[in-house]
Structures are given as structure tokens and as C-alpha cells.
Design a protein around this ligand. Structure first.
Ligand SMILES: NC(=O)c1ccc[n+]([C@@H]2O[C@H](COP(=O)([O-])OP(=O)(O)OC[C@H]3O[C@@H](n4cnc5c(N)ncnc54)[C@H](OP(=O)(O)O)[C@@H]3O)[C@@H](O)[C@H]2O)c1
Length: 242
């Protein structure tokens, strides 16, 4: 097995079946979609975003249910990746101090980073095959680790990703009863050059291209088996403390 190549055949989620990327218009999501599409490993590779038809919006549960059903209509859902996420926009920047805490901004981060992905799991996990390897992967962030938090700041992003991690862990336990070979994991992509990270790039920080990050994460998913479900890994396959 060539673990550095997403095209390598291993404990694969492919062979037959469907791969789907939610958030396929984002920096990392579009790279995942490109690699998966070019790999020819899946019968069908689908991407959903706010710009596709059908579109998904994390704030609209029906759109998530519709996209999940639409993907499953193409065959066995073997790989589902949630590459959505929110850190900042014109109205909201990560907090540097508790003085900046704002109820509406906290709620927005939780809606996009935790509740939306939870509803996605609600509609995707029951569609994973009962037998054979399959994977639901959500992109979390190392800063969501409580054990690893040494710098503080970024309250809403950190806390909403920590909530996401707990939702992944909880869903993985339920999923194991239904689909014992399935994986449900949180993955940290590393620091990746995308619009999400751009304002925070600092000299000396190792920044990956979206294609490299996507390639690394797909290799990690290939190498993991069901015993790793419900856990939190980085792009190198190293476990991150909750
Ligand atoms: N880049 C990094 O350094 C880094 C580090 C750690 C973790 N992550 C995580 O990796 C994931 C992907 O981040 P990225 O760097 O690729 O960021 P990005 O380029 O900003 O992509 C974010 C994605 O989230 C989608 N999204 C945001 N709000 C949405 C909504 N209401 N409904 C549906 N989709 C929505 C965006 O969709 P549209 O295309 O429709 O806008 C976009 O596809 C995120 O979970 C992020 O937290 C990234």
C-alpha cells in the first residue's frame, strides 16, 4: 500500500460506491472534490455547496437531508466529508478577549460549526452501508481541542469546534451499533492556505496548499479502521486530545 497516495488501494472506502463532499466550494472542500473525482476510485463523486443544485445551507436542515438523499441515490455512500466551517466574515472576527463575547456571534458560530454538521450527520449516517468500510469525516480544528488549548482567545470558534467534536464522538457510538465497520471522525486539516485562514497567516507557520491537505487527509481516512471511529486526528494521522 502506498499510504502517501490517495489513489492507493488499502483499507479503502472505495471499490464501488459514492463519495460526497459537503462544502465543495470551499478551499479544502474543492481540493477534496478534485482529488476524489480524478482518482476514479468511486462510481460517483458528488459535491454540494451553497452554489450547487441541489444546494446545501447549514442553516436549512431540509437542504442537508435533500443533498444526502440525492447522493445516496447514486449508490452505496462510502465516503462523506463535511468540509464546511466558519471562522470569520465581514461582521465577525475571532475574539481576542472575553470583552468581545457577543451572544449573536457565539450563536452563529455554533449554528455553522456544530449544529449544521450535527444535522448533516443526522441525515448522512443512516445512509452509510451496514457492512463494509465507510466513513463520515468532518473537518474540525485543533483549536477545538480543550486539552490542547494553551493560547486562549477565539472563544466562539474553539467552543463550537469542541461541540462538534463531542457530537462526532456521540454519533460514532450510535453508528457503531448499526454499521460496525463505519468510521465517524473529526479531522484537523492543518493550517491550509484558504480564505478561512488567510487573515491569520503568520510568518514561520507551516501552511499547506489545499491539495496537499486534502491528499494527506484522504490517506489518513484510508489507513483508519472502525476501531478509530469517534476519535479526532490531524492530517498526519496523529490523534489529537479532546
Ligand atoms: N484553512 C485552515 O487553515 C483550517 C484549519 C483548521 C480547520 N479548518 C477547517 O476546515 C474546514 C474547511 O475550511 P476551509 O479552510 O476550506 O475554509 P473555506 O474556504 O472558508 O470553506 C468553508 C466552507 O464552508 C462553507 N459554508 C460556510 N457557511 C455555510 C453555510 N451556511 N451553508 C453551507 N456551507 C457553508 C462554505 O461554503 P460556500 O463555498 O458556499 O461559501 C465553504 O465551502 C472548516 O471546517 C475549517 O474550520 C481549516
Amino acid at each position: 500500500m502506498n499510504t502517501s497516495e490517495p489513489g492507493g488501494q488499502s483499507a479503502s472506502t472505495s471499490g464501488a460506491g459514492v463519495a460526497v463532499v459537503f462544502g465543495a466550494g470551499g478551499g479544502i472542500g474543492s481540493a477534496l472534490l478534485k482529488i476524489l473525482s480524478e482518482s476514479k476510485r468511486y462510481e460517483a463523486v458528488l459535491g454540494f455547496s451553497r452554489a450547487t443544485s441541489p444546494a446545501i445551507d447549514l442553516l436549512d436542515e431540509a437542504s442537508l437531508a435533500g443533498a444526502a438523499q440525492s447522493a445516496a441515490a447514486h449508490g452505496d455512500l462510502r465516503l462523506a466529508i463535511d468540509a464546511t466551517g466558519f471562522l470569520h466574515d465581514a461582521n465577525q472576527l475571532p475574539e481576542k478577549s472575553w470583552r468581545e463575547l457577543d451572544a449573536a456571534k457565539l450563536a452563529r458560530a455554533f449554528a455553522l460549526n456544530a449544529i449544521g454538521p450535527a444535522l448533516l450527520m443526522k441525515h448522512v449516517l443512516p445512509l452509510l452501508p451496514r457492512y463494509g468500510k465507510s466513513a463520515f469525516v468532518t473537518l474540525s480544528a485543533r483549536v477545538g481541542s480543550i486539552g490542547d488549548n494553551r493560547l486562549g482567545g477565539w472563544y466562539a470558534y474553539r467552543a463550537s469546534k469542541a461541540a462538534l467534536n463531542q457530537l462526532v464522538r456521540t454519533a460514532a457510538i450510535e453508528l457503531a451499533r448499526r454499521s460496525p465497520e463505519a468510521l465517524c471522525i473529526a479531522l484537523h486539516p492543518g493550517t491550509v492556505a484558504t480564505p478561512l485562514s488567510a487573515p491569520f497567516a503568520t510568518a514561520g507557520l507551516k501552511v499547506q496548499t489545499p491539495l496537499d491537505a486534502a491528499k494527506h487527509m484522504l490517506s489518513v481516512v484510508d489507513q483508519l479502521s472502525a476501531g478509530s471511529s469517534g476519535r479526532f486526528f490531524d492530517w498526519r494521522g496523529l490523534e489529537i486530545p479532546w
